[in-house]
Write a new protein. Sequence first.
Length: 484
Amino acid sequence: MGSNSAEYDGTRERGAPGRPTPARPAAGVGRRDLIKRSAALGLISVPTTGFLSACASGGGGDQEKAEAGRKTAKNPLGVNDTAQMEFVLFDGGFGKEYAEGAVKVYEKAFPGAPVKFSATQKIQSTLQPRFHQGTPPDLIDNSGAEQMDMGTLVGKKQLTDLTPLLDTPSYDDPGTKVRDTLRPGIVEMGRFDGEQVWILYYAYTVYGVWYSQKALDSLDEQYPETWDQMLAVCAKARKKGMAGWTYAGKYPYYIPFSLYPMIGKVGGREVLDAIDNLEPNAWKHPAVKACFEAYYELQQKGYVLRGTPGLDHIQSQTAWAEGDALFIPNGSWVENEAANVMPDDFDLAVSAPTGLDSSDKLPFGTIWASGGEPFVVPAKAANAAGGMEQLRIMLGEASSRNFTGNELTPGLRSGVAVLEAAGENVVNPRLQDWYVQLQKEKIGASGLGEMMAGRATPAETVKKIQAFADETAKDSSIKHYRHQ
């Protein structure tokens, strides 16, 4: 996947992209308040999933650990001021500038400690061998299509508990702990079981259906709230030479960005929880079947852009931005990721997924929003304290502002509005965090990808995905997680 999110940083006051880049606070809006609201857009503190699964087993010779430094008010984590710190960033929609700026702050604070900084889209293939050898970097932005499987990393005890970072004074206010600057839910998302916090989600992403308000206005239509209305809008778009939908056909795990919250809207959040928990027959719930059939209808009626199954995330976003398709399922990082092809008057907007009808369990406006851009400190890092200190700097006001910018972009404004309209009706499926391979390769590629290409029916797809989930549930080599 491209960038996992257009988001805000994980602190309460940021706003911005999700695998993407930052948005900026509007004048008159408090930084903390903005971040609180915009985090759901994926700017600071939020996701992306990799197509490959990480197999981060231990092995090889562990690297020598840096000696602890002296803890002071300015160095609360006791960073060794002469030890190298290595930081590997996912090179996605959010860009590198925000991280590079934070590295400069680290270097200024510890002028005798060299920093080795790099950015790559090949997170898993680059770093998995180093985990196996016992020589991982000190801080990793574990994002993108090659994201390492978080559940595997946690289950094999490959990550450092970030609780010491969370209980450390924040970078700007010694009287406030880092944990108290974060959006509600960010700390909990970093837990898999128990009280340890293994991941710090730096961005907050809004997932949903993204579109050009200008294009929708040209059809003299409002965003459709029921599926009959959705089909009518798609029919009208086709008459104007525009497909109703496109998506990342080569990475069909993007489809759940709008499909999962639709399932939650139709059947209630308990359906999504059962799916996350790998409960028997969870995928056979009537709400899942109905939503699969709705999406399949888009394909069968010819409302999906021709050739979509062969497009990657960038190609599908480009076709959509150029007006070939009206709707695309995505995360808030799309604004940053498609910026170079999006017309200035595109008027980007996002909506909560369309539902079926008035019988849905939750109201229209139910949205998926959660933390994204997961940062981790490996358990075998040579300089774990340095990795956590770099994160502490990034969660400070200056670095957060570099991430989010100074004013709200159209997509960010729309995301904030959608989040406010949702109120308590926000869902957060955890499958993509807990079981990356299941989500991306099996449910995404082998399941939904085949269905949306017209090569499998909804009934066949439900059966296939349930079998994948059952297989994962029975696999004793996989660490299993449940909603508490």
